[in-house]
Each structure stands twice: as C-alpha cells, then as structure tokens.
Design a protein around this ligand. Structure first.
Ligand code: SAM
Length: 265
C-alpha cells in the first residue's frame, strides 16, 4: 500500500493493532468482541445500509424503542435478542411476550424496553431453583446445583430493574408451571425467552408455550450449550416436532426455534 494513501494506511494500521490487541486475550475467558456492523460504534459500520434498513430498528417504525444493556460480557446475546424482536416488528408477527427465569430482570428489561407495546408475562420463583427440580437435574443429567444459586433476588428488585414503561408487564412469582394463570392458555405468543437452566422447568416451559406460539414466532432457550438439562429438554421436546432447534453462539449458547405453520413441515 502507498504511504501517501493516508486514510487506507491508517485504516489498515488500526485493524492490525486491533487484531494484535484481541489476540492477547483470545485464550482468556473474556475475548475482545467486535460490535456488529449495524452498530454506529462499530469500526465496520455502514451508515448507508443502516439508514436504509433502520439498523437495530425498523426504518419508518414510529414506536419509541430503547436498547438496554445486558451484562457487558453478553453483547452477542443482547444483539441477537434485539434482532429477533426487530424481526417480529418488521414481519408484523403479532403476539405476546413471556420469560421463564427472570432472576433480577436484566433480559426482561431489554425485551420490554424494545417492545413496550406488547403484553409481557414474567415467571420466576424469585427464590432460586426449586428443590424438586434440583433432584431431577441430578438424577437425569448428573449436574448438581443448589437452591441458593439465583436466590439472591426478590420480586421488588426485579420490578425495579425492569422499570416498566406501562402496565403491559405482569409478574407471576412462584413455581412454574403452576404459577401460570389460567387465562394465559388463551393467549398467543410471538417471543418466549426460556432461561430456567434446568431440565424440568425448561421442558415445562416448552410444553406450555410451544402450542401457543404464533407461526413465525420465536422461542429462545438460553444455556442450550452450557446446562445439560436445558439441552436435554430441548432435544427431547423437539424429537417429534417439525422445527429444528438452531444452536446460537452467544456466551452460554442459546437455541433458537422459529414456530412453523401447521402442515409446513
Ligand atoms: C439464569 S436465571 C435467569 C436469568 C435472567 N433471565 C436474567 O436476565 O438475568 C434462572 C432463573 O430461573 C428460575 N427458575 C428455575 N426453575 C424455575 C421454576 N420451576 N419456576 C420458576 N422459576 C424458575 C430461577 O429462580 C432463576 O432465577
């Protein structure tokens, strides 16, 4: 490259330095993660493309949407969830939202503030894993965990973190699926985030929500590639279904399922 071509020289030098810097950490737990090209702070940002499509938002969509941060080490999951929600808006896929496994509400906050106009049902014991589920987990997967894991939360703390914009968010504390109110059977869902880690609640979540998903709606199961019970539940549940769960490369390895139309298999 010619040295008088300054923009190209500095551009290449910048990429070279970034590569070296990231390589320094590439074998550690925290790797340098580039922002998506859609992101205005990305080095590879393409303003023409982002302006034409709306980037993380849908071009021409009049709704007020905000993108809240997840944990700093989980940017791939944050971007994935935003793009899935964006996709529902763009394709006009109607339906409610739900999350099983809220803990302190960081993912719930992200989802609600992006789609505040939709009903959003939230389920958690808010006291951590149930003893019954822990026993089943040990027996079916050999993974031993404790009820104290995720016990450091409260309903009030989760409410404060979610900071709901309107009365579309409803919390149902208690053991799922028993905590699901009866009217919920009549609702239809466009996006369900299953983040309960263990086999038993993950299977119960799939069992409850799958048949209530609208075609083209998304089920996202967190921890598919990190918790053996979540993985087992997904694999067992979808053995006789037309959809194939798609493994995603976020930190804990989610699985994504897009609900098919009846007879579309
Ligand atoms: C990994 S945490 C959820 C994290 C959360 N999505 C976030 O954004 O931080 C898993 C949660 O699932 C909840 N959980 C697990 N089994 C449950 C069940 N059967 N009923 C209700 N909540 C359950 C636990 O209480 C725990 O808070």
């Amino acid at each position: 490259m010619l040295l008088h071509d300054r923009p190209a020289f500095y551009g290449n030098a910048r990429v070279h330095l970034l590569r070296r810097w990231c390589r320094l950490f590439s074998n550690s737990g925290f790797y340098c993660q580039g922002r998506m090209d859609l992101d205005q702070r990305s080095w590879w940002h393409n303003p023409q493309f982002a302006a034409a499509t709306g980037g993380f938002f849908v071009a021409g969509d009049p709704a007020r949407r905000a993108i809240n941060t997840l944990e700093a080490w989980d940017t791939v999951r944050r971007d994935m969830i935003v793009l899935l929600l964006r996709d529902l808006v763009e394709r006009k896929v109607e339906g409610d939202l739900a999350e099983l496994g809220v803990f302190r509400g960081s993912t719930a906050r992200l989802i609600h503030h992006y789609l505040p106009e939709r009903k959003f049902y939230l389920f958690d014991t808010f006291t951590g894993f149930a003893e019954r589920d822990i026993q089943i987990e040990g027996a079916t997967t050999g993974r031993h965990t404790k009820s104290s894991e995720f016990a450091l939360t409260t309903l009030d703390l989760a409410r404060a973190n979610v900071a709901q914009q309107n009365d579309n968010v409803e919390f149902y504390p208690g053991y799922f699926p028993q905590s699901a109110p009866t009217f919920l059977s009549q609702r239809r869902f466009a996006f369900v985030n299953l983040d309960a880690d263990l086999y038993e609640p993950t299977f119960a979540g799939l069992n409850f929500f799958y048949e209530r998903m609208v075609p083209g709606g998304y089920i996202l199961v967190h921890d598919y590639s990190s918790w053996p019970g979540a993985r087992k539940a997904v694999q067992e549940f979808f053995k006789d279904k037309p959809e194939t769960p798609v493994p995603m490369p976020d930190k804990s390895g989610s699985a994504l399922i897009s609900k098919m139309r009846l007879g579309a298999a």
